[in-house]
Ligand binder design. Structure first.
Ligand code: SGN
Ligand code: CA
Length: 547
């Protein structure tokens, strides 16, 4: 009897030890699962990060991620525009599959987005800043998002408990909220996923008063193709409405006070005065206005003194300088604020096991080809900045030139967090690249497809294939034109060599590979037509409403 009792005691003890042991193993594993801090800005060109190029601006804090982590020199998007890029990031699917073809079409919220999977797997999740979907995010324990494009100054936020307006500058505020969540709101027992999403430097490029003052005194080097004449290209480049000379607006974009424009009897686009007469300027309080006014006055004075005697070229250069002063002023605030968040991670022992990603929803033209905005498969808009730090896994100071895409984020994060990715996601985890195992990576080409046409900036619909060496694109809908660029010989993409006999063989191979990519990713002429029909239907409804 005695022996039996002893035996059962031993058994209970053994079970307890086992259970306890198993519990700590799970806990340990949970603790080891990395935190993810996903930092994304809106329209941040890689040309405006000093880790990529020090021509325009010094961004010491963003650069830290390259120094302490990995810099991707060939990262790109699948569709270079805001909301579609975000939909691709969240679903891990190309536009034609997730259906978010442009900024207008609603996002189908029945789709699985990766934060939902993180939440279900025990992560603490949050999203702060710009989402631009027209609906609230799913799978986040907490969120504060800007409505639509949001405002630079005294922005309104949508939260689960209703709306709130916060006084101050949007980039600083989103950062304050993010740090507050990390510090006070999250459950520190769980690993976290934080989506920290800046509105800046989106048009209309409105810097904080301090940066506005400082940057308005600077002069920046002009890009080689600022005076591009679009020879040797297709119709699409010639017809796009995104030139600094014609489509950049004097008041709205360049912050020339409307009075100064009308004093010179210039017929500025009526949309231009919207900035000063509309909600964006009216929401600024008196104290803030007093800070902006002297700088606005000096811009107006300079404009009035110089504009009348300037040539067209000089006017384009003048507008380019004003554009860069404001755009880079916005970037400078983003950089300062990224620095604040990195400091927070350092000070709280979170740096080692947090994957910090810095990226943008796409690239942007900073005067290249005479443009601003994005949309094209050409490099400045197709490529996007990507810097990743994860001290536990990534060798500091490494550079990677593989063609990774915004399509890959979901699967990368899921794998890092040991969560199973849904079978129908279309990207690839870039974990092997982060861990320095490039032999496990065999992608040689990526697929691109842009839809928002006819629409803002009038960039024609196109799809294409991009390899490290070439870019082949088909512009369709109201044209039927093919373009081929030799990325090594013509990095500025000034010469379409599609019809050059020297490239005939390459053209044939790329056509074949493009067909294969369309099959692989399940894109097709039927889908092209489906997404044209949506536009036709929208147009029909608009015309019906006019009657
Ligand atoms: C607004 C801008 C455009 C910009 C789109 C899309 N015009 O319409 O210049 O291309 O957003 O940007 S503005 O007059 O409102 O500034 S995106 O980042 O949301 O895709
Ligand atoms: Ca954008």
């Amino acid at each position: 009897m005695q022996t039996k009792t002893n035996l059962s005691k031993v058994l209970v003890l053994a079970m307890l030890i086992l259970a306890f042991g198993a519990c700590t193993a799970v806990e340990e594993e949970q603790q080891q699962r990395p935190n993810i801090l996903f930092i994304m800005s809106d329209d941040h060109a890689y040309q405006a990060i000093s880790a990529y190029s020090d021509q325009l601006i010094n961004t010491p804090h963003i650069d830290r991620l390259a120094k302490e982590g990995m810099l991707f020199t060939n990262a790109c998007v699948t569709n270079s525009i805001c909301a579609p890029s975000r939909a691709t990031i969240l679903t891990g699917k190309h536009t034609h599959i997730n259906g978010k073809i442009d900024n207008i079409t609603p996002f189908d919220t029945t789709q699985v987005t990766f934060p939902q999977l993180f939440q279900a797997a025990g992560y603490e999740t949050a999203m702060y800043g710009k989402l631009h979907f027209g609906n609230n995010p799913k799978g986040v324990d907490d969120f504060m998002i800007l409505p639509g494009q949001g405002s630079y100054i005294n922005p309104r936020f949508i939260t689960a408990d209703g709306d709130t307006t916060i006084t101050g500058y949007v980039t600083d505020i989103i950062t304050d909220l993010t740090i507050d969540w990390l510090d006070q709101k999250r459950n520190p027992e769980k690993p976290f996923l934080m989506m920290y999403l800046h509105k800046a430097p989106h048009r209309a490029w409105w810097p904080s008063p301090e940066k506005f003052e400082r940057f308005s005194k600077k002069t920046f080097p002009e890009p080689a193709s600022l005076f591009d004449d679009y020879q040797n290209r297709g119709t699409a480049a010639k017809e796009a409405a995104m030139t600094i000379s014609d489509e950049m607006l004097l008041s709205y974009d360049n912050k020339v006070l409307p009075e100064a424009v009308s004093d010179l009897d210039i017929d500025d686009d009526p949309r231009s005065a919207r900035f000063f007469r509309g909600n964006e300027y009216r929401r600024i309080n008196k104290e803030q206005k007093n800070l902006y006014q002297p700088i606005l006055d000096s811009i107006a004075e300079d404009f009035k003194a110089r504009w009348p005697s300037m040539s067209d070229e000089e006017r384009r250069s003048w507008k380019y300088q004003r554009y860069m002063q404001d755009y880079l002023g916005c970037i400078s605030s983003v950089d300062d604020n990224v620095g604040r968040v990195l400091d927070y991670l350092d000070e709280n022992g979170l740096a080692e096991n947090t994957i910090v990603v810095y990226t943008s929803d796409q690239g942007f033209y900073l005067g290249e080809h005479g443009w601003f905005d994005k949309r094209f498969v050409y490099d400045e808009s197709f490529k996007t900045p990507l810097l990743i730090r994860w001290p536990n896994e990534i060798t500091a100071g490494t550079t990677n030139d593989e063609m990774v895409q915004n399509l890959d984020f979901a699967q990368t994060f899921l794998e890092a967090a040991q969560i199973k990715a849904p079978e129908d996601m279309q990207g690839e985890s870039i974990l092997p690249l982060l861990k320095g195992e490039p032999e496990q990576w065999d992608r040689e080409a990526v697929y691109y497809h842009y839809y928002e046409y006819p629409g803002a900036h009038m960039v024609k619909r196109h799809y294409g294939i991009v390899t490290k060496d070439y870019k082949l694109a088909h512009f369709y809908y109201d044209v039927d034109e093919w373009e081929l660029y030799d990325r090594n010989k013509d990095p500025q993409e000034m010469r379409n060599v599609y019809s050059d006999p020297a490239y005939a063989e390459i053209v044939a191979t790329l056509h074949e590979e493009l067909d294969q990519l369309r099959v692989k990713y399940q894109d097709s002429p039927t889908l092209d037509q489906k997404y044209i029909d949506i536009y036709e239907e929208r147009k029909r409804k608009r015309e019906e409403n006019k009657k």
